[in-house]
Write a protein that binds this ligand. Structure first.
Ligand SMILES: Nc1ncnc2c1ncn2[C@@H]1O[C@H](COP(=O)(O)OP(=O)(O)OP(=O)(O)O)[C@@H](O)[C@H]1O
Ligand SMILES: [Mg+2]
Length: 292
């Protein structure tokens, strides 16, 4: 793809030329009165399971009766449509995209607009515009949850999203080893810089349970709790290494769908913690001081 071809965004909606400053955001999430809870799923490095956790946590929240939307913000390495088993693209009605749905979760992804074999080579400002379109030109309504699967690291996309989604909370995913925990910390530093609250830490690949019932801690132990302690946030959950999780991700059958399975219980518990224990307290309105 060359620069000339770069000028169309998702759904063929024309994209701002690179030299122009991004326009003021018309993103509905985060506007006063909007009640959608926005969760950014982040990590400092790749391959720790952000997308798997996004897809399964979304399904588990939907099982709780929540209206759940997912934005796959990993525009280069999109994986959410495959993980949720969605192959049909969004439909277009009156210039708005109607997102496809699976397992009670609606989602939008660059995967619907790009060929899986072709790399997405857009530069920062183009991506900024594409993400804005994911948030504004999609007929989301006002879901209870908007989960955003971030790309690895702390680059342009995360910064754009933080600007679009000022009320977002961040869940930081890490693996148990100390080195990964240090890397994950970077995502938290970025959140602090962007004025985004870190709500909790999720540890993935925590152990592998052998047939003999022994827990093998293949990637060490304690990293998630250590990071949570350091950030002064709760450890929301620990996800074991489960071959069925990978198979489910590859075949579009998220393990959280089977609520009675080992993985299903893990994600259902995590969804409950997020939905109940970590529900943000109402923002204070100084003008509404209670008189006692
Ligand atoms: N708990 C787990 N048990 C087994 N396999 C897992 C687990 N978590 C993730 N995987 C597998 O590890 C691989 C990487 O996971 P995933 O794509 O979710 O990570 P990611 O952090 O989103 O990666 P990227 O940074 O490339 O976006 C996938 O093949 C996934 O199926
Ligand atoms: Mg991913």
């Amino acid at each position: 793809m060359n620069d000339q071809q770069d000028k169309s965004g998702p759904a063929g909606i024309s994209v701002q030329a690179e030299s122009q400053a991004p326009p003021a955001s018309g993103v509905p999430f985060g506007r006063p009165g909007n009640n959608t809870r926005v969760l950014l799923i982040a990590s400092g490095k790749g391959g720790v399971g952000k997308s798997s956790i996004t897809a399964n946590l979304a399904v588990a929240l939907a099982h709780r009766g929540k209206d759940v939307a997912v934005v796959d913000a990993d525009v280069w390495g999109f994986s959410i449509p495959r993980m949720l088993g969605i192959s049909e693209p969004p439909t277009v009605i009156d210039d708005m995209l109607i997102p496809p749905e699976a397992h009670g979760v609606r989602c939008i992804s660059m995967g619907f607009f790009a060929d899986e074999d072709q790399p997405v080579v857009w530069r920062g400002p183009m991506l900024h515009k594409a993400l804005e379109q994911f948030l504004t030109d999609v007929s989301w309504g006002e879901p209870d949850y908007l989960l955003v699967d971030l790309p690895p690291g702390t680059g342009d996309i995360s910064i754009s999203l933080a600007g679009f989604l000022p009320t977002a909370e961040m869940l930081v995913v890490t693996t148990p080893q100390a080195v990964a925990q240090k890397v994950a910390q970077r995502a938290a530093y970025m959140a602090a810089k962007m004025n985004i609250t870190v709500t909790g830490v999720i540890e993935n690949m925590s152990w592998f349970m052998g047939d003999d019932g022994t827990r093998y801690e293949l990637f060490g132990a304690g990293g998630g709790q250590a990071l949570a302690t350091q950030l002064e946030v709760p450890l929301v959950g620990q996800v074991p290494l489960l071959p069925v999780l990978r198979v489910g991700a590859d075949t579009g059958n998220p393990v959280a769908v089977d609520q009675a399975s080992e993985a299903g219980v893990v994600f259902a518990t995590m969804a409950r913690v997020v939905d109940e224990d970590l529900r943000p307290t109402k923002r204070s309105h100084p003008e509404l001081n209670l008189v006692d």
